[in-house]
Design a protein around this ligand. Structure first.
Ligand SMILES: C[S@@+](CC[C@H](N)C(=O)[O-])C[C@H]1O[C@@H](n2cnc3c(N)ncnc32)[C@H](O)[C@@H]1O
Length: 215
């Protein structure tokens, strides 16, 4: 674990390059079925609702499962991930961009999901991202995301699917406070386990899965 403190380093470029390189390996390790990950959300939405998937990766399994019933917009930093998502989910509307560089009109979406992606943005940006998500959601809209149990300042690690990767988190209690301050009501917080397996480890990580509703 190396502190990400080099002022000359562009850590988002590192994340983008990392996922461009490891997209195939990541994709192969990703659980193929969404199952429990989307259980709490699907039944609360209506057919045809607009859903934004932040850090959609290759679109499998999340965007693909959502696209069976909803109108999906996916955003990802990695060109290679977006190329794969377009192939895997032909009915989705995909954009390659840093989510922080995009703007959507207020109340554009009934739900926003972010699986295993927020931790790749510097944590100093997380509050602003949550405020924007709140604005992009329709009244009563839902935000479903994986967060972290631990507080970690930005750091990099080698050997994430053979690339160097960047992460940054607050602990779960901190996120719940930020969400509440931003105007979300916590609906549910449970554990996903992990949706993907790094190296020889088999789905050993544990990520809190949080469902919040715009008040
Ligand atoms: C661990 S993968 C998760 C992919 C997918 N959500 C899933 O459930 O498998 C993280 C994804 O977030 C994307 N990502 C990281 N930072 C991002 C940013 N600032 N804006 C948009 N996407 C980002 C990465 O390119 C990568 O595809």
């Amino acid at each position: 674990m190396n502190p990400a403190i080099d002022p000359k380093m562009d850590y988002k470029a590192l994340v983008r390059k990392g996922y461009d390189t490891c997209a195939q390996a990541y994709d192969k390790s990703r659980k193929a079925e969404a199952g429990a990950e989307l259980l709490r959300l699907r039944d609360r939405l209506h057919e045809g609702d607009a859903v934004l998937d932040i850090g959609c990766g290759a679109g499998v399994p999340i965007a693909k499962a959502l696209a069976e019933r909803f109108n999906v917009t996916g955003v990802d930093l990695s060109r290679e991930m977006i190329r794969r998502a377009q192939q895997n989910v032909p009915t989705g509307n995909f954009t390659c961009a840093d989510i922080m560089s995009l703007r959507f009109p207020p109340a554009s979406f009934s739900a926003v999901v972010a699986f295993y992606s927020i931790f790749h943005l510097p944590r100093e940006e997380h509050s602003l991202l949550f405020r924007r998500i709140h604005r992009w959601l329709a009244p009563g809209g839902l935000f479903l995301c994986t967060l972290s149990h631990f507080s970690e300042e930005g750091y990099t690690e080698d050997g994430f699917f053979s690339v160097t990767m960047y992460w940054s988190n607050y602990r779960l209690s901190g996120y719940i406070e930020i969400l509440s301050r931003t105007g979300f009501m916590l609906v549910q917080s449970e554990s996903t386990g992990s949706g993907y397996a790094e190296s020889a480890q088999e789905f050993t990580e544990d990520h809190p899965l949080v469902l919040a509703q715009k008040r």
